[in-house]
Design a protein around this ligand. Structure first.
Ligand code: PLP
Length: 399
């Protein structure tokens, strides 16, 4: 049975080149990167090469890259690392739970958190961030790209607001890394999160960019790994994989891989929108709402989140999966939950509209044929489900 995977925002397959780069570090190159003998030096050199490569992707110094176990740890380290009891934090209503749950924990520990809203396109207004600032604000954390909609936030402007107020700025770039170019100096952030498994490196490895001079309290205590910012023997194969994937992503931008990806996504989106009573959740792929967007795509090039009126999203995911197409109703960790997506409801969708929305997210392994496969399946499957849906029939009769 042919299978097409369009759930790359949940996780991506490890690219063959990445796997090959990692392979020796599961075998003959097994040393502990802290050991001073040959075996240790070999793996230390590999870790430092990977650090250079990640720094190249982010536009920072290698010494500013801290390897972690993934996006969740990096988000938590950024937040718990700079926020002190009694501080005020600003975040948004559409963040990933790795940030939202950490923010809740800070609230339980006596911090105050402001959740700035988004508009109908899923965008944070930098002026809202400015208005939320207080004398005890120590951190602004706003994601670069949303995992459910792919919407890219005006992080450069938010970075300026934070810098003017002399407040730390962290951005969760897990869904941006490898998809759009990132330059930490242009964003003006002090902290930035990436995760290996969203850019074709393995699961269980990530990194946190920490601007030189940022005072970061570690979460883990132990050896002096990662310049005492993250204790624990390094996951050498994972780090090597992340370094390789970062290098491939950097080269890909030079080749225009992101534009090719956008062209495939745009075709998928355009044709799906010819199905009646559908709409895109998030900024339209072609719109540039303000001057601030010059040079920034409104959405990462691999993602489209589409609302199919009268459909139960979970039912559509299951029906498509039975035919070989893997898509998602939104964040993987909340799939199966009864609650509608907090991202889509924050954008103003009714719960039934949020539940009728599906995310299609492409990866480097996908081809134009895969888009064709999806386009052959989705319209008929939607029509079938709508035939069975009393809600859709009623809507059609009433409108
Ligand atoms: N932040 C965002 C925006 C994500 O999409 C994810 C994963 O879905 C995470 C953080 C968590 O990353 P990880 O799975 O590496 O812990």
């Amino acid at each position: 049975m042919q299978r097409v995977y369009f759930d790359n925002n949940a996780t991506t397959p490890v690219l063959p080149e990445v796997f090959e780069a990692m392979r020796p570090y599961f075998g003959e190159r097994f040393g502990n990167a802290s050991s001073i003998h040959h075996h240790g030096q070999e793996t230390r050199a590999a870790v430092e090469r990977a650090r250079e490569s990640v720094a190249g992707l982010l536009g920072c110094r290698a010494s500013e890259v801290v390897f972690t176990s993934g996006g969740t740890e990096s988000d938590n380290l950024a937040m718990f690392g700079v926020v002190r009891p009694g501080d005020h934090v600003i975040t948004s209503t559409v963040e990933h739970h790795a940030v939202l749950s950490a923010a809740k924990h800070l609230e339980e520990k006596g911090c105050e958190v402001t959740y700035v809203p988004v508009d109908g396109r899923g965008l944070v207004d930098p002026d809202d961030v400015k208005r939320a600032l207080r004398s005890n604000t120590s951190l602004v954390t706003i994601m670069m790209a949303n995992n459910e909609t792919g919407v890219v936030q005006p992080v450069d402007d938010i970075g300026k607001v934070a810098a003017e107020a002399d407040v730390h700025f962290h951005t969760d770039a897990v869904q941006a890394a490898g998809k759009i170019p990132i330059d930490v100096n242009q964003i003006g952030c002090d902290l930035l999160t990436i995760s290996g498994h969203k850019l074709h490196a393995p699961q269980g490895v990530g990194a946190l960019y920490v601007r030189k001079g940022t005072r970061l309290e570690p979460m883990l205590y132990g050896g002096r790994h990662e310049r005492s910012r993250r204790a624990g023997t390094e996951n050498v194969p994972g780090i090597v994989g992340l370094g390789k994937a970062a290098g491939l992503a950097s080269t890909g931008f030079g080749r225009g891989d992101d534009q090719k990806m956008a062209a495939m996504r745009d075709r998928l989106e355009r044709e799906l929108l010819t199905i009646e009573s559908t709409g895109v959740n998030g900024v339209a792929a072609s719109s540039h709402p303000s001057e601030a967007w010059v040079g920034h795509p409104p959405r990462v090039p691999n993602t489209t989140n589409i609302y199919f009126e009268g459909i139960d999203g979970e039912a559509l995911v299951i029906a498509l999966d039975l035919k070989g197409l893997a898509v998602s109703t939104g964040a993987a960790c909340s799939s199966g939950a009864i609650e509608p997506s907090h991202v889509l409801t924050a954008m103003g969708l009714r719960p039934d509209q949020a539940r009728a929305s599906i995310r299609f997210s492409l990866g480097k392994q996908n081809s134009a044929e895969d888009v064709g496969f999806a386009l052959d399946l989705v319209p008929g499957t939607v029509a079938k489900l709508r035939e069975l849906s009393p809600v859709y029939n009623k809507t059609a009769v009433n409108s």
